[in-house]
Ligand binder design. Structure first.
Ligand code: SER
Length: 343
């Protein structure tokens, strides 16, 4: 008898760790995690952890022979800056990895006669504003606008959104017997900021890096100019968005892909909020032109009205609450020793 489970790929990443903490509270769900990197010890105890490569099809076959997978949160990906340095690898992990998993979900859907739910985090990186003037003019971008990414990661995510749509609507459409389709649901995240973890290899990283550096008493050179602006979201809201979308009745969803966002801040506005909490912080602006150009190509804000309308999306943390109730107090606790020595 196979064990029923929720599969989380990329479980050791930022969203993965936060998602495990949230889902582990539900004792009825067995969590099966897959990541190349090991999970922190406290999380390992709460899940069935598998260390391995998403590209290893034999490993995936072994997992479905042991587990009946109901829901997949497919979080594994190489982020945008890292993907520019290793575009081939990014394509393999971000696209081929997703394709492997979609095939598994489609087979499992058919095999058990019930749709496997496939939750996919996409990104603001799928947008590509051609210049700063357009970004200034078109502030809150809707799902179907400006879909011309300028990064490998953005291309990968946009294509995987399409693959997900294909697998949930038209996969094997010419087969004699119409197969049952998997249930693909996707959110496009803005930059994410966690009090507990730091991102690795993204381009929105200057937000969280600025804050974590200040909390540790380390100087920070921000790699975009002061006026550069994109939307952000506190990590608990990212998890809340994924879980809320998973729980929404299919009949209420008019789209497969939804923008979600919380607050839009310039790098200078983040710096000011960080300085309020850590007045001695040394934050300078040292723009790295290629990385800044990626941020310039992402919209200043996202229109998430479809998510609000269809499944009641609403972030718990606006900028005020994100910094005052979550980020600053939790980060102060986390780096408490450094605070003490700073006086
Ligand atoms: N935070 C991601 C990155 O910067 C975007 O989704 O790559």
């Amino acid at each position: 008898m196979r064990k029923q489970a929720v599969l989380i790929t990329g479980a050791s990443g930022e969203v993965g760790q936060a998602l495990i903490r949230a889902l582990a509270e539900d004792e009825h769900k067995r969590l099966l995690t897959l990541d190349i990197r090991p999970l922190p010890a406290d999380l390992r105890a709460q899940v069935d952890p598998v260390e391995g490569d998403l590209l290893d099809e034999r490993l995936l076959a072994r997992l479905v022979s042991e587990y009946e997978i109901d829901v997949i949160y497919h979080l594994a990906a190489l982020l945008s800056t890292r993907s520019e340095f290793t575009p081939d690898m990014a394509h393999r992990v971000n696209v081929e990895g997703t394709l492997n998993l979609l095939k598994v979900a489609a087979e499992q859907t058919e095999w058990r006669g019930r749709a496997v739910q496939f939750l996919f985090p996409s990104s603001i990186a799928i947008y590509g504003m051609p210049d700063r003037e357009s970004k200034e003019l078109y502030q809150r971008v809707r799902e179907w606008e400006w879909n011309q990414p300028r990064t490998m990661y953005g291309c990968n995510k946009l294509y995987c959104e399409l693959l997900g749509s294909y697998f949930s609507q038209n996969y094997r459409q010419l087969a004699a017997r119409q197969p049952l389709m998997l249930d693909f649901r996707c959110v496009r995240f803005p930059g994410l900021i966690s009090a507990f973890t730091l991102p690795a290899g993204g381009t929105s990283d200057y937000g969280p890096e600025m804050l974590h550096a200040a909390a540790q008493g380390k100087p920070y050179g921000c790699f975009v100019r002061a006026e550069a602006r994109i939307p952000f979201m506190a990590m608990p809201d990212a998890v809340h968005a994924l879980v809320q979308l998973a729980q929404a009745p299919r009949s209420s969803l008019s789209r497969l892909v939804y923008n979600v966002t919380s607050f839009s801040l310039s790098a200078e506005e983040i710096r000011r909020r960080v300085l309020e909490a850590f007045p001695n912080a040394q934050i300078t602006f040292e723009p790295d032109r290629p990385r800044e150009a990626i941020i310039d190509s992402w919209p200043a804000d996202l229109d998430d009205s479809a998510a609000r309308r269809d499944w009641g999306w609403s972030p718990h943390y606006d900028a005020e609450r994100a910094f005052n109730d979550y980020l600053i107090p939790e980060i102060k606790k986390r780096y408490h020793d450094v605070q003490a020595t700073q006086g």
